[in-house]
Design a protein around this ligand. Structure first.
Ligand code: ZN
Length: 162
């Protein structure tokens, strides 16, 4: 496994490009997902999207139920947010690609997301709270969006990086 270089910068072209769907669920994809998980964990992020490591594909990895009983690292490929709660929540976010920047972002409190795992099996998951926030943050990356686009006021310190 290799640790990947994390792309940074608000105007970095790779972070601003819409990603293309995964079509081949092959060995290379498995390696990418494995390397992304390793890179996320070693950078102490809660999530990491493929464009953040320079790959223009609809792939992200994330930690669900962080510090909870069912904490786990999973991958979501070709994710689609099928529905969301009416309720929203404002909380602070940061991003591994925007070191030192934090800000409060409004997100849906829960979302239902459909995605493939690394072997191509399609599944549907309903996530809440921080998990839902991570999914929305990472899904934005696949469309070339960064959390700062949704922030009203930027901050210089914080502790949540995705
Ligand atoms: Zn991010």
């Amino acid at each position: 496994m290799a640790k990947l270089k994390i792309q940074t910068g608000e105007n970095n072209a790779i972070l601003r490009t819409e990603c293309v769907p995964v079509v081949k669920f092959d060995k290379d994809l498995k390696k990418l997902v494995k390397d992304m998980k390793k890179t996320m964990l070693s950078a102490e992020g809660l999530g990491l999207a493929a464009p953040q490591v320079g790959v223009n594909m609809r792939v992200f990895v994330l930690i669900l139920d962080y510090k909870g009983e069912s904490e786990r690292v999973i991958e979501m490929l070709n994710p689609v947010i099928l529905s969301h709660s009416d309720e929203v929540e404002v909380a602070e976010e940061g991003c591994l690609s925007l070191p030192g920047l934090y800000g409060k972002v409004e997100r849906f409190l829960s979302v239902v997301v459909e995605f493939s795992d690394v072997s191509g099996t399609r599944q549907v998951l309903e996530v809440f709270g921080l998990d839902a926030r991570e999914v929305q943050h990472e899904n934005d990356h696949l469309d070339g969006k960064l959390f700062v686009d949704r922030v009203k006021k930027r901050e210089k310190s914080g502790d949540m990086v995705m």
